[in-house]
Design a protein around this ligand. Structure first.
Ligand code: AMP
Length: 176
């Protein structure tokens, strides 16, 4: 599972708890996590919890961010790559589905690349948003408008699976 989520350490505790919850679920279910390799923010919380639950976690981090995002020292695998583009390429190649937790522009960049590559037929991997506290509703409102006004095809909207909570995530995992 390729997970995109925020790296900011300043976010509210409930978001870090959410990331821990998701990490524990993946660890317990034997779902290997592929993510950006940071030890901070939701990214770090997710990785720590997945490892603590006995899961495998693979990180992919560009050399330039190794210090800024404090590359996680305890991962099952850490790949240090040259560019942001190489990071996404390796993360995508190593995973069979995508999940976005709350995050900022980096999370959106990765999510949008997964969506646009699916839109042009480069893959058929499932893509879900964990919509805890309705975090993604403003984005989904934009998507709905863009579909209504024919900027985005209906099938792309349908490919974005919206999971309101952890139970929905658990059911989604079972359906993969
Ligand atoms: P953010 O959601 O902004 O906290 O960022 C989440 C992660 O996405 C961080 O590890 C960022 O370094 C990463 N990121 C930001 N921009 C890019 C990009 N263009 N390609 C790949 N990863 C990125």
């Amino acid at each position: 599972m390729c997970v995109f989520c925020g790296a900011s350490p300043k976010v509210g505790a409930r978001y870090l708890e959410l990331a821990r919850d998701v990490g524990s679920l993946f660890g317990a279910r034997g779902v290997e996590v592929v993510y950006g390799g940071a030890s901070v923010g939701l990214m770090g919380a997710l990785a720590d919890a997945a490892l603590a639950a006995g899961g495998r976690v693979t990180g992919v981090i560009p050399a330039s961010l190794r210090n800024r995002e404090l590359a996680h020292g305890g991962l099952s695998e850490l790949h240090v790559v040259d560019t942001m583009a190489a990071r996404k390429e390796l993360m995508f190649a190593r995973s069979t589905a995508f999940l976005a937790l709350p995050g900022g522009f980096g999370t959106l960049d990765e999510l949008f690349e997964a969506v646009t590559l699916r839109q042009i037929g480069e893959h058929e991997k499932r893509i879900a948003l964990l919509d805890a506290d309705g975090f993604w509703q403003p984005l989904l409102a934009w998507v709905d408008r863009a579909v209504r006004e024919a900027f985005v095809p209906d099938n792309v909207r349908d490919a974005l699976e919206v999971l309101p909570d952890r139970d929905a995530l658990s059911r989604w995992l079972a359906s993969l």
